[in-house]
Design a protein around this ligand. Structure first.
Ligand SMILES: C[S@@+](CC[C@H](N)C(=O)[O-])C[C@H]1O[C@@H](n2cnc3c(N)ncnc32)[C@H](O)[C@@H]1O
Length: 242
């Protein structure tokens, strides 16, 4: 056998083995990075939960199954997406995986610990430090009206008036036929019937995620007709509120 062929015969398997080792090492590093960021995310979540358990409303960040169910019907390429209570970014990541551009995301959050992490992870999104019950008309920036809203807020913990303000504020930012998706751990839609009625909205069940901790239901809220929602429908709302 000529010398060059003999040396290639020896070096080729070594090079192939080194390449294999390299890619296995890179995959391990990637998994390690992912695990590290999940731990950091969970620590942030518990920090926020300890500070204000009612506002966070869950004991663990939303799982991937729930995130997929919440974003499965989000229209792509139809405009910006509004996310209320973006928290750890679980739904935000699912929106990106679904094909929404980061620059088309408007993320609303109130907890400083989440805001900082959201700005770091999604630098091209419009991350806004706002109370979702007091959304200004300008909250979508140049990106409005929104093609859909994803709501991660703990609506069950909120009074009628707060729910009314949140829903009215969100639908005021959205295109006439745009849907809002929300989730709940209870068996029924967490938006009170009087809120839906007063704002001319309807709710339909859009999915169930039994594998989530705890199991969750997804609801889709849309307008009954194309009548714009007036802010006066919110004023003077009876019932408890924050
Ligand atoms: C169930 S948690 C987060 C959901 C998110 N999908 C996750 O897994 O991280 C609800 C989030 O809503 C935020 N939140 C609660 N009330 C809010 C309000 N009035 N305005 C803005 N954000 C609010 C909380 O800070 C929290 O991040």
């Amino acid at each position: 056998m000529p010398r060059t062929t003999r040396s290639a015969f020896v070096t080729q398997p070594v090079v192939a083995a080194l390449r294999l080792f390299d890619s296995a090492h890179a995959a391990c590093q990637h998994r390690l990075e992912q695990a590290r960021s999940r731990v950091a995310e969970t620590v942030r979540f518990w920090d926020a939960w300890r500070g204000n358990p009612r506002a966070v409303g869950a004991i663990v960040p939303s799982g991937q199954g729930l995130a997929r169910a919440m974003t499965a019907q989000i229209p792509i390429g139809k405009g910006s997406i509004l996310e209320l209570g973006a928290g750890t970014g679980a739904f935000t990541r699912a929106l990106l995986a679904r094909g929404i551009h980061e620059r088309d995301l408007v993320l609303i959050e109130r907890e400083p610990v989440f805001l900082e992490a959201l700005r770091y992870e999604f630098p091209s999104a419009r991350v806004q430090s706002l109370d979702a019950a007091r959304l200004p008309a300008t909250c979508m920036g140049q990106g409005g009206p929104a093609a859909a809203t994803v709501c991660g807020l703990p609506l069950l913990n909120m009074g009628t008036r707060t729910q009314m303000r949140i829903l009215a504020g969100a639908f005021a930012q959205m295109a006439p036929n745009a849907p809002l998706f929300l989730f709940t751990y209870g068996p029924y839609c967490p938006v009170r019937r009087q809120v839906l009625h007063r704002l001319g909205l309807k709710a339909v069940r859009a999915g169930a995620v039994l594998a989530n901790l705890p199991p969750a239901g997804v609801w889709k809220i849309t307008r009954r007709g194309f009548k714009p929602i007036s802010r006066s429908a919110v004023a003077g709302t009876p019932g408890s509120g924050h």
